[in-house]
Ligand binder design. Structure first.
Ligand SMILES: C[S@@+](CC[C@H](N)C(=O)[O-])C[C@H]1O[C@@H](n2cnc3c(N)ncnc32)[C@H](O)[C@@H]1O
Length: 245
């Protein structure tokens, strides 16, 4: 049983088109370069692989990639793009599901650790990553920094995307570290679609402690896939922990 929202058919069908608007080919390329470099000659495992936005092109670069994914609709989109099964996917919860073999890299990108909405499950997810790593293997996560510094006392919502097509805002409960993303999307037929996703936000320091509980050693933290420095103003981080050799 997981606390994650289940990604449905409609969301899965739209997912790649939305990502194509959010990520330039150069950004995707930078992501693939980092992941391929960390995987080296070993195998990579993507937790919450989704439609294979990154997993499939990484496999096409020659890295053997496997995935764990909770949503059948998302996994079906992946299989539609990869009918020959280059990227095997196990349906299950990334906090608990075990796949065969060990890996030089386990990665969990696009803020997805936050989809697990309890601290217990997030710690279990770090432990599950560690369980899949060969000695010396690495666990990488990409995660945004919750922008709660932008909230004056009494305010609960922060807009994160305001365009003609999409209005997105997050609401936060600072006591429980729970949040909800609200999306209002202007459709081509003039209607407005509303959707929400729920998350539990965590800071880099809490991630480091979870890694420590999982027996992993901190290795690096940068702000983005281009390797830029992580600073107090960075909106996101890419962090890597390593299993001892
Ligand atoms: C933002 S998408 C990221 C997909 C892919 N990693 C990417 O970068 O495009 C989040 C994905 O996490 C999956 N997910 C959410 N909770 C999960 C869980 N507990 N175990 C496995 N997958 C989960 C969702 O079904 C969805 O496919």
């Amino acid at each position: 049983m997981t606390s994650s929202d289940l990604w449905d058919e409609e969301t899965a069908a739209r997912y790649d088109a939305v990502c194509a608007e959010d990520f330039t080919p150069a950004e995707t390329d930078a992501t693939l370069n980092v992941l391929a470099g960390l995987a080296g000659p070993g195998r990579a495992l993507e937790f919450a692989i989704g439609t294979g936005r990154i997993g499939i092109p990484l496999a096409l670069r020659g890295v053997p990639v496997a995935g764990i994914e909770l949503s059948y609709p998302m996994a079906r989109q992946l299989r539609r793009k990869d009918p020959d099964g280059l990227v095997p996917v196990t349906i299950g919860d990334m906090a608990t599901t075990r796949v065969d073999g060990d890996f030089s890299l386990v990665y969990l990108i696009y803020n997805t650790i936050a989809n697990l909405r309890t601290q217990t499950e997030q710690v279990a997810c770090f432990r599950n990553a560690a369980r899949h790593l060969a000695p010396g293997g690495r666990f990488l996560i990409e995660l945004w920094i919750p922008p709660i510094r932008r909230m004056p006392p009494g305010q609960r919502a922060v807009p994160f995307d305001v365009t003609d097509r999409h209005l997105g805002m997050d609401t936060y409960d600072l006591v429980t570290q729970q949040g909800t993303s609200h999306h209002y999307t202007h459709e081509a037929d003039g209607s407005i679609r509303y959707g929400t996703t729920n998350f539990r936000y965590i800071w880099p320091a809490e991630c480091d402690l979870m890694a420590q509980l999982a027996g992993l050693e901190f290795e690096s933290r940068v702000a983005d896939w281009d390797g830029s420095d992580f600073t107090a103003d960075s909106p996101s981080h890419i962090s890597v922990w390593r299993r001892a050799t």
